[in-house]
Design a protein around this ligand. Structure first.
Ligand code: GLU
Length: 470
């Protein structure tokens, strides 16, 4: 049997991290078994589905590298097929027309609730003859008794009493098919062997199994993935900050870091934290996913992203960083090779956005000093050191402007003044970078270049003088 999984989002919003995790699990399950992974867009809710959302889903999938073997299939292009199946069910007596009014259904519900019974359709129309030309819906004739077992890959065996499942509407009065019907037809037609999806669909599984059986199909295996919670224990939503996959890209996360983070949400392999996609394919198994929900932890994602930023190819990080620089109004062509900056700075940033912020000093002068850093380091006592450094730097030839030579010069000036390195390196750093944190002073100076170094020292000296005179 060839394993075939599908990711079947409804395009009613962006691709969120929960959906991305489901897609990743489907992808890994198929890839590990040499199977196929299919993308299906469930756009039958015409009012809520949008093209922007479809595009956001496709963009998210591409960015994450979750390539699908078939699709995207669109349910709105398959209405004819769904209607043919509904007609087949009708003809075989496995479905029936129902013209119960809204008022009747509402009264039924209220009475059932008053009796503390679960609201469900009472089968009023199941044996009535209804004029096909008068307004009506079509209901599936659910088996009246017995038990449906959902043999779930994550939850184990979950039994549902047929008595609790009513005769569900499969075609609305406007002629459109409903969710449970379209999913069943597609899963059967697309020969899906494993349905991996959010556990909000667990209660749909017995209904879908019944319809599949009525159509003469063997149901697929199901795996219902527990949801993701926010750090406060509530279901993850927009209110917890970024939840859309694309917003993580825009904030400067690498796709492989997000995937790595998502695979570890509710799944582990010993105490290993870093997984390449190949390792995920090899090691991940849906059966090992935790039954309980897991909480999203941004610190952990940040940590992973920082690891990936450090070890990814600097040229690739530089390409990605370039657009983040652009957002800050920094032109990376106006200074050192961005890949060199990445090599030196990557370990210091959690995201590309942060990397852009802490690297902007290499390309343009900053406006203000960080207040605490200036207060502490740009004082009159620093003046002599800065002046001496300036003179020494000015005398250096451009070809000598290397980390080794720069370090030697700073050490020599410190020696002349009989102070330790830190005493002159910190004011110098604040003068050059605007704040007290940066890579080694030698590398910092090298990146900034001779001209900007002299200019920024002059600015710092003026700042010290201005401060002294106030
Ligand atoms: N379209 C459904 C959703 O986005 C998923 C249906 C399924 O996976 O069976 O929640």
């Amino acid at each position: 049997m060839t394993v075939r999984t599908r990711f079947a989002p409804s395009p009613t919003g962006f691709l969120h991290v929960g959906g991305a995790r489901t897609a990743l699990f489907c992808y890994l399950y198929a890839r590990k078994r040499g199977g196929q992974f299919i993308l299906r867009i469930e756009d039958t809710d015409l009012e809520r589905s949008t093209t922007e959302s479809v595009n956001a889903i496709l963009e998210g999938m591409t960015w994450l590298g979750l390539d699908y073997d078939e699709g995207p299939f669109y349910q709105t292009q398959r209405f004819e097929r769904y209607n043919a199946v509904i007609d087949e069910l009708l003809n075989k007596g496995l479905a029936y027309r129902c013209d119960c009014s809204r008022e009747r259904l509402e009264k039924l519900r209220v009475d059932q609730m008053a009796r503390k019974a679960k609201p469900r359709y009472d089968g009023h129309c199941s044996h009535r003859q209804i004029d096909p030309d008068a307004p009506h819906v079509i209901r599936f004739r659910n088996p009246p008794d017995g038990v449906v077992i959902v043999d779930d890959l994550i939850r184990g065996r979950v039994p549902f009493n047929n008595e609790e499942l009513d005769d569900l509407v499969i075609r609305r009065s406007d002629g459109t098919p409903t969710y449970n019907l379209t999913v069943v037809v597609d899963d059967a037609d697309m020969r899906i062997t494993h349905v991996i999806r959010g556990d909000d669909h667990l209660t749909n599984a017995p209904r879908q199994i019944n319809i599949l059986r009525a159509l003469g199909h063997e149901p697929p295996r199901y795996g219902h993935v527990p949801m993701i919670l926010g750090e406060d224990g509530a279901r993850l939503s927009k209110r917890h900050g970024a939840v859309s996959v694309i917003s993580y890209r825009d904030q400067g996360y690498l796709p492989e870091a997000l995937l790595n983070y998502l695979v570890r949400l509710g799944w582990s392999h010993g105490d290993q934290e870093i997984f390449s996609i190949e390792q995920m394919i090899e090691l991940f198994d849906i059966g090992d996913v935790n039954k309980s929900p897991s909480a999203f932890n941004t610190d952990k994602l940040d940590w992973l992203n920082q690891q990936y930023l450090q070890y990814a190819d600097p040229a690739r990080v530089a390409r990605l960083l370039s657009s983040h620089m652009g957002h800050l109004g920094v032109d990376p062509s106006a200074g050192p090779d961005l890949a060199e900056v990445v090599k030196i700075q990557a370990a210091r940033a959690k995201t590309l956005t942060e990397l852009a912020e802490i690297s902007a000093f290499c390309y343009q002068d900053f406006d203000d000093y960080e207040a605490a850093a200036a207060k502490k380091h740009l004082r009159p006592v620093a003046r002599e050191g800065l002046e001496k450094l300036r003179t020494a730097f000015e005398l250096m030839a451009f070809e000598d402007w290397t980390p080794e030579q720069l370090e030697y010069v700073v050490e020599r000036v410190a020696g002349e003044l009989e102070v330790n390195m830190g005493k002159i390196a910190q004011p110098l750093r604040v003068a050059i970078v605007g704040r007290a944190a940066s890579p080694g002073i030698d590398e910092t100076l090298m990146l900034v270049g001779k001209e900007a170094t002299l200019r920024r020292i002059d600015k710092a000296l003026a700042y010290i003088d201005a401060r002294a005179s106030t």
